[in-house]
Design a protein around this ligand. Sequence first.
Ligand SMILES: [Zn+2]
Length: 115
Amino acid sequence: MTTSSPAAPPFVVTVRLPEFLPASRLHPGDSFAFPEDPTPLIILNARPDYLYSGFLRLDIDGEDLPLCIRETEGIRPLRLPRTYELTCQLCGHLAAGRIDIAALGEPRLLICGNH
Ligand SMILES: [Zn+2]
């Protein structure tokens, strides 16, 4: 999944995330906060709750007990590193990268570094 050593980094058009996302969007390694509490929480592990359907169990860095949260509950995303793979709009070249979608938005369109 490497690009053929482009001369410049790609230009990526992103769409800003809403202020709150459902908890189901969270992955291990993400950081988020509850709407009423700005304390950042770092997720070590995320999995469906085995007792209650529609709930997630999140292991939080520094917390002994997992957090049980409804999948639809709104959380404030702080850091959501994600990989993307998009085709260049001009030449069809496939480019991949990693981006914090909480800070920079979700990648939608890409112009590769060959233009
Ligand atoms: Zn291109």
